[in-house]
Design a protein around this ligand. Structure first.
Ligand code: ADP
Ligand code: MG
Length: 240
């Protein structure tokens, strides 16, 4: 569904992505992990067409995304940092996005709007919201149009535990609907028990891409966090 081949992106001298090749398919829930600055957001933004790679190719549904934009309708994106017009109310943001997509509330999946408690604060202006509440707006927008693919950039960072749990349940439902879900995180998170595969980026390079069964059998560890720790330790000793 999403296929990257030899993807490269530099910012000046810094290689944010260095020859990354990987593919992600329908039905998978993939955790993209790696330290801060390892290229996770850059990778996602390349898929979304928000960052133009210097080299390599990207395909979405077997079509090269270069110069295309229709494929973006199939992606629900939750940015790491959502930026919204300060003076608009939450309601106005939703109305604007519905309007842009020429949809009405009746066509939309508004479950998160309700379950994250946004309805009761619909008339608050964006500039008055806390970081966590902005995250709730971003999350609810990502799920609004029932897309095939969800790309969630550090979705639980800043969310309170209860809201994290609400979002997690929503992700679980969409996973069961057979959607492709990409979730980035700089830490192992509470979402990890939903994950079917792990992509690990380090300094712009793909360190590994393994499905959970493989990861477990390679390492003999049941818990994802422990399995990843073992892979990291082994890769360090190999490179030493
Ligand atoms: P991650 O999401 O894994 O924390 P990013 O993809 O945001 O990492 O960033 C990877 C590297 O590229 C970092 O060193 C970051 O500072 C740099 N970078 C990202 N975007 C830009 C940009 N627009 N201009 C310059 N450097 C950037
Ligand atoms: Mg990031």
């Amino acid at each position: 569904m999403i296929e990257a081949k030899n993807l490269t992106k530099s910012f000046g001298k810094l290689k944010a992505l260095d020859n990354v090749s990987l593919s992600c398919n329908k039905g998978e829930t993939i955790s993209i992990i790696g330290p801060n600055g390892s290229g996770k957001t850059t990778f996602i933004k390349c898929v979304l067409g928000m960052v133009i790679p210097d080299g390599g190719t990207l395909h979405f549904d077997n079509r090269e995304i270069k110069n295309g934009w229709h494929y973006r309708e199939k992606i629900g994106y939750m940015p790491q940092i959502g930026r919204y017009p300060d003076n608009m109310t939450i309601a106005q943001i939703f109305e604007m996005i519905l309007d842009l997509r020429q949809k009405s509330w009746d066509d939309a999946d508004s479950e998160l709007v309700h379950s994250l408690g946004l309805k009761s604060i619909f008339d608050k202006r964006m500039r008055t919201l806390s970081g966590g509440t902005r995250q709730k707006v971003s999350a609810s927008l990502a799920f609004l149009f029932n897309p095939d693919v969800f790309i969630l950039d550090e979705p639980t960072a800043g969310l309170d535990p209860l809201s994290s749990e609400v979002l997690k349940e929503k992700i679980r439902t969409e996973k069961e609907n057979g959607k492709l879900i990409l979730i980035t995180s700089h830490v192992l998170s509470e979402l990890d028990d939903l994950v079917t595969a792990v992509i690990y980026l380090q300094e712009g390079s793909l360190l590994f891409h393994k499905n959970i069964a493989q990861l477990r059998s390679d390492t003999g560890e049941e818990k994802l966090s422990r399995a990843i720790a073992v892979v990291m330790k082994n890769s360090k000793t190999q490179h030493a």
